[in-house]
Design a protein around this ligand. Structure first.
Ligand code: ATP
Ligand code: MG
Length: 419
């Protein structure tokens, strides 16, 4: 006998018992995005590998070791399963000229793929909802993104998610800072791990993002970008904070929040919880004014954020923010070979009237059908035998209360079930 087939490690099935929480989340997210005027964009799940190399950067965890990449045999082209959405989104916007005179507020959602070590809150196929605003330069848009994410946590019923912000300044600020940082890190060569040594001269800012416990003291004592910022950067950061304070959003400044690439600038932010163990970042975002040009477009400012759906759902479960269980209105049981066709049409008529009806299929005794009716969670059973069919009535039995079973014409079922 062959071995039972299994899903790929780190790629999860979402089973029927779990699906209602996903649907509940998706419903709230849809209404939330509409309330802010964001429009949906749907991109393919596969892109040319070069897109991600250019957009995410060669010297990053994602591009160095996390991408699912293969050579397409038909035209010998290197393709990659998308590890995130921003690159494809900007590619699509440029390809279809959406930015021509029109700033865009966009969102996307769906699975992303990263070859990481699977653990709680970290999967190889996971889901993101991403928001991108293209063509907006000011801190007002950064503030909008932060305010809207804060509102989403509230609408999901979540608490205990904290906002950390930082600024990456301009590329000139970072060049100055980079020189200072390299100087400092070189003086600490003995402590650096292999990865840090490799990144020392290619992407030293990324070293500050390392999760290696042995590097944490060194990271804490490293020079701070905040001390290398010019006036323009400080102004953008200050204006953002004024807007956040005016809106009553509390935050802390985390000077260690970084993105290691030159086209990221000014604002970065993360929403973090301590209730999910070490995978505590549920949402991350910031400004990337250089990316549009990097991908071949006319320069345009841009910013965005993406949230990890699995992590948010885990938090919703932990905090009991789950939807009420849904069940059908009616389980329709029927007895006797003559009744089957009639039962089918009755079920359709009840659905015409707007009720949710599970029609029993597969025959079976009265007892076994009633068992199934009970297990379905339905509030009522409608029972039809030959007697009912011939008298043009049905028997209606409340399954969740002690009410007497009644014999009623079909037309009365709807109002009885509704009340
Ligand atoms: P981390 O530092 O946890 O690896 P990241 O910086 O790689 O996160 P982003 O690329 O900023 O993450 O993605 C945005 C969000 O997507 C993260 O904050 C997280 O909630 C979620 N996320 C990222 N990678 C995974 C994954 N492998 N499994 C589940 N969720 C993920
Ligand atoms: Mg990661």
């Amino acid at each position: 006998m062959s071995k039972t087939l299994q899903a790929i490690r780190g790629m999860n099935d979402i089973l029927p018992d779990a699906a209602p929480l996903w649907q509940h989340f998706e419903q709230i997210v849809r209404d939330w995005l509409r309330a802010y005027g964001y429009r949906e964009i749907r991109m393919p799940m596969v892109e040319q590998t070069g897109l991600f190399k250019r957009a995410i950067g060669e010297v990053t965890d994602i591009v160095e070791k996390e991408m699912y990449t293969w050579t397409d045999a038909l035209n010998n082209e290197s393709l990659t399963l998308r590890p995130e959405g921003t690159a494809s989104c900007v590619r699509a916007v440029l390809e279809h000229n959406l930015l021509f005179g029109n700033p865009q507020r966009l969102f996307y959602s769906g699975p992303m793929f990263r070859h990481e070590r699977p653990q709680k809150g970290r999967y190889r196929q996971f889901h993101q909802v991403g928001v991108e605003s293209l063509g907006y330069a000011g801190p007002d848009m950064d503030a909008e993104h932060i305010l809207m994410s804060a509102r989403l946590w509230k609408q999901l019923g979540l608490s205990g998610i904290e906002l950390q912000i930082n600024t990456l300044g301009t590329s000139e600020d970072r060049a100055r800072h980079r020189a200072r940082l390299i100087h400092y890190l070189e003086s600490q060569q003995g402590i650096l791990d292999e990865e840090a040594k490799r990144r020392l001269h290619t992407n030293p800012l990324r070293i500050l993002d390392s999760k290696n416990p042995a590097l944490q003291d060194l990271i804490a004592a490293a020079p701070k970008l905040l001390d290398d910022l010019d006036e323009v950067s400080l102004k953008h950061f200050e204006e953002l904070q004024v807007l956040l304070r005016a809106a009553g959003v509390s935050y802390s400044i985390n000077p260690r929040l970084v993105r290691g690439l030159d086209y990221y600038n000014f604002t970065v932010f993360e929403w973090v919880t301590d209730q999910l163990g070490s995978q505590g970042t549920v949402c991350a975002g910031g400004r990337y004014d250089g990316l549009v040009e990097q991908l071949g477009g006319k320069p345009a400012p841009a910013c965005g954020f993406a949230m990890g759906v699995e992590r948010l759902l885990a938090l919703m479960e932990a905090q009991g923010c789950v939807p009420v269980k849904e069940a059908p209105d009616i389980y329709l049981a029927h007895f006797g070979a003559q009744v089957q066709t009639y039962a089918l049409t009755v079920a359709e008529q009840l659905r015409d009237a707007g009720l949710q009806v599970v029609l029993h299929c597969g025959g079976g005794s009265f007892k076994s059908q009633m068992k199934k009716a009970d297990a379905s969670g339905a509030r009522f059973a409608v029972l039809i035998g030959e007697d009912e069919m011939n008298a043009d009535v049905v028997s209606l039995k409340a399954l969740r209360t002690q009410a007497e079973q009644v014999s009623v014409p079909l037309t009365q079922v709807v109002s009885l079930v509704r009340n």
